[in-house]
Write a protein of this length. Structure first.
Length: 131
């Protein structure tokens, strides 16, 4: 089994044991890390659109019960399949990038994530200093 992610950073899903005494810290019972790295250039100068993380069917069954994973699936950042070969086809239907992805020239085009929502013009940040 494989979990596909379009997140730039790793995501760790943790299940905690809730202590009876509210003053005690919650104890982690189980955790699973979903690899990030989508939309980041790797050491081979390749920018993957998605990343695959191998998991067992038991891990996937547990993840499907976790609210954080369900939210990621609902927002289009996570998906899963039996085969890693489905990665490119699957991520093409998923959310393209999360907010932590590096900015690209497309982000500054009208309608891009750095464009002004009212005018469509690129947002100007910082101050301009006259020479």
């Amino acid at each position: 089994m494989y979990i596909f992610s379009t997140n730039t950073n790793d995501i760790e899903i943790i299940q905690y044991a809730i202590p009876e005494n509210p003053r005690q810290e919650a104890i982690p019972l189980r955790r699973f890390t979903i690899k990030g790295g989508a939309n980041l250039t790797n050491k081979n100068f390749i920018t993957p659109r998605g990343v695959a993380t191998r998991c067992t069917s038991e891990e996937l069954e547990w993840l499907l019960k976790q609210r954080a994973f369900q939210q990621g699936v609902g927002e289009g950042f996570f998906s899963w399949s039996n085969s890693e070969h489905d990665l490119e086809r699957t991520v093409s239907d998923m959310q393209a990038a999360d907010k932590s992805a590096p900015l690209t020239p497309k982000d500054y085009e009208p309608g891009g994530r750095r464009a002004d929502s009212k005018t469509g013009a690129p947002k100007v940040t910082g101050q301009t200093v006259a020479a």
